[in-house]
Design a protein around this ligand. Structure first.
Ligand SMILES: [Zn+2]
Length: 183
């Protein structure tokens, strides 16, 4: 027999991918400003993802590199950043590569690391295929949407130029693959 649904709304449960606890821990370390520990945690996750052939490895290396730079560990940071960028290049992910390299170079410049920024820019120039031009439609919706600053599933910081958009309102977290609703 048909039973009327109770008036109290049940919790809306989205289908979420299982979030690795190590990822949540890394995101917490970053949020609390413990950059050396966060870098180490992201590096471990990146290597694990790489070993298992998961597509999040590039983003995790980039994030590890960012944390190393924030921790003042510049050579280690450059190694991680280049690793992440090289993975994107090997996969032919040119728009993502362009965004990631520009962001890395901007971060380095902002910290006065102009030689390192120039190294990334020079590498980008010789790595991008000839004739590749940035089109305005690169991996972003026609109208910019406001993303939450952190992924609601895993807590990773989100940037509009680092996510894949599955439709006009939905982005995919580059760390855990969870769907993130934009406004
Ligand atoms: Zn996430």
């Amino acid at each position: 027999m048909f039973r009327r649904r109770p008036f109290v709304r049940p919790f809306r449960r989205a289908v979420m991918p299982a979030i690795p606890p190590a990822l949540m821990r890394a995101n917490e370390l970053l949020a609390s400003g413990n950059y050396p520990a966060a870098a180490e945690a992201y590096e471990q996750l990146a290597r694990g993802a790489q070993t298992r052939g998961l597509p999040h490895d590039a983003q995790l290396f980039l994030q590890a590199g960012r944390c190393r730079i924030l921790a003042g560990q510049i050579p280690a940071g450059m190694t991680d950043l280049k690793q992440g960028l090289a993975i994107l290049a090997a996969r032919g992910r040119w728009p993502r590569l362009l965004n990631a390299a520009r962001r890395a170079a901007a971060d380095l410049n902002a910290r006065g690391l102009t030689a390192e920024a120039a190294e990334i820019e020079a590498w980008l120039k010789q790595t991008l295929p000839a004739g590749f031009a940035e089109s305005p439609a690169v991996a972003a919706p026609a109208r910019p949407r406001l993303l939450p600053t952190a992924c609601p599933a895993c807590g990773a910081p989100l940037h509009a130029d680092e996510v894949e958009w599955s439709d006009e309102f939905t982005a995919e977290c580059p760390y855990c693959g969870g769907a993130v609703r934009a406004e």
